[in-house]
Design a protein around this ligand. Sequence first.
Ligand SMILES: [Zn+2]
Length: 292
Amino acid sequence: MRWTAGDRSNIEDVRGRSGGRGIVPLGVGGLGIGGVIIVLLLSMFTGVDFFSMLGGGSPAPDSSAVGTSGSGTPVKTTPAEERMVDMVDAVARDAQQTWSEKLGSRYEPTKVVLFRDAIQSACGYAGAATGPFYCPGDRKVYLDLGFFDELQRRFGASGDFAQAYVLAHEIGHHVQTITGTEGRMRQMQRSDPGSGNALSVRLELQADCYAGVWGHDASKAGRAAAGGVELDPGDLEEALAAAAAIGDDRLQKLGTGRVMPEKFTHGSSEQRRTWFKRGFDSGDPGSCDTFR
Ligand SMILES: [Zn+2]
């Protein structure tokens, strides 16, 4: 994947002030490590923070631990991490460009909040183990860059386009919030609680398809020369491998050794690959109607 570093205007960098006092560390709040892993699986890639739902601690933000501005707070980092920040900014800019072209004036820009270890969002407390998530409450994407190592080491999905897919998926959730799909889905879940997981799968697969819609744009030649993100040969395979790596069946196997389709919240590996590819091939959000 080729891209150019920009001004980081798509990033809200709170790496220097997250994970400080007032945040309950992982493993506290009655969850053993097994519980943390299960909650990690449940929370992965959702806008739902199962940590806070479990009452694992939603402390009020400790104002004395919070700096005045994220970017003004010094943060210990490495050149490799800073390059990752630039990549996240470039992908977020590019994906949002695609969606503002598709949705026109209906599109509202979002930001990727970069945090370390733990953060208090409008959706509650989130630890790094929650994985990247989108919070409909404040309409922002949350990411601990450590997740990209996790993606590679633990889930075996490597490559920068695998990382870009994860981001594009979260931005897909932002699109669902703007278009009202997310709100309608939550309403349906409330009126028919038994349908909760099945509806969640549809929402997640649509976000995968939306990630593919952006991938379609990013695969056009000449984009890098124009300052955008441009895919290299092999990038599509990276994203498909990543989609497969985080399918519910695979995660359940990793976590519990068994596959329980009735507990799927994101879709199987095969479903995730299929819907990403559908968006990628068509470039048309209209092809992403997972609710039909
Ligand atoms: Zn998701």
